[in-house]
Design a protein around this ligand. Structure first.
Ligand code: E4P
Length: 217
């Protein structure tokens, strides 16, 4: 399973990249605003900086909600760097734009997906990635993992090439459960990745090994 980090924070992106397990980055307008990145030109420059900090795919979201606007913004984003994946909302214009970009060989990520039907549409439009929002479904007492399981089943039935990018991952168990059900990618905060390192038996075992080594030296 590929690991993407879901942030626009350059320090956190670099920390995950430094760990050697990062496959890409996802952002959204809220994550950009959280870092104080506002204004079209600043946002474009920030995407360039993110691409320089990592080797993998970087999802950059369009703001337009009409087809023409999405095409114009998506082309501008894609021209920044070959790593850019044009992120499009799961609305009619987004699906139409997804088809346009996939026909042109430009990578796409259809976001804000909350049902299997929406995921089928994204795959039929040739999306590179589909982003079901696991955490946001859990937030409203709906089983987010079950959605991912059902999308996996349908995509396997028809050999759809669209990769399931489990989004809105919030914690380490989300990561582990996504891996168990065959998600292609997960995107979550830095803590959902570094948290996987932790086990008290690792810490106590290492402390004992070091103590025992010190006895003979
Ligand atoms: C997906 O690409 C989104 O950026 C993200 O995963 C949303 O996560 P949240 O529900 O924690 O805001």
């Amino acid at each position: 399973m590929k690991f993407f980090i879901d942030t626009a924070n350059l320090e956190q992106i670099k920390e995950a990249q430094d760990l050697g397990v990062l496959d890409g980055v996802t952002t959204n307008p809220s994550l950009m605003a959280k870092e104080g990145i506002t204004g079209a030109e600043n946002i474009l420059q920030h995407y360039k900086a993110i691409c320089e900090a990592v080797e993998g795919d970087v999802s950059a979201e369009v703001i337009a909600t009409d087809y023409e606007g999405m095409i114009q913004q998506g082309e501008e984003l894609a021209a920044l760097n070959p790593q850019i994946v044009v992120k499009l909302p799961m609305i009619a214009a987004g699906i139409k734009a997804c088809k346009y970009f996939s026909d042109k060989g430009i990578k796409t990520n259809v976001t804000l997906v909350f049902s299997v039907g929406q995921a089928i549409l994204a795959a039929k439009a040739g999306a590179t990635y589909v982003s079901p929002f696991l955490g946001r479904l859990d937030d409203i007492s709906t089983d987010g993992l079950n959605l991912i399981k059902e999308i996996r089943l349908v995509y396997d039935n028809y050999d759809f090439k669209t990769q399931i990018l489990s989004a809105s991952v919030r914690n380490t168990m989300h990561v582990v459960n996504c891996a168990k059900i065959g998600s292609d990618v997960m995107t979550g905060p830095l803590s959902s990745i570094t948290g996987l390192l932790k086990h008290p038996l690792t810490d106590s075992g290492l402390a004992q090994f070091l103590k025992d080594y010190a006895k003979g030296n």
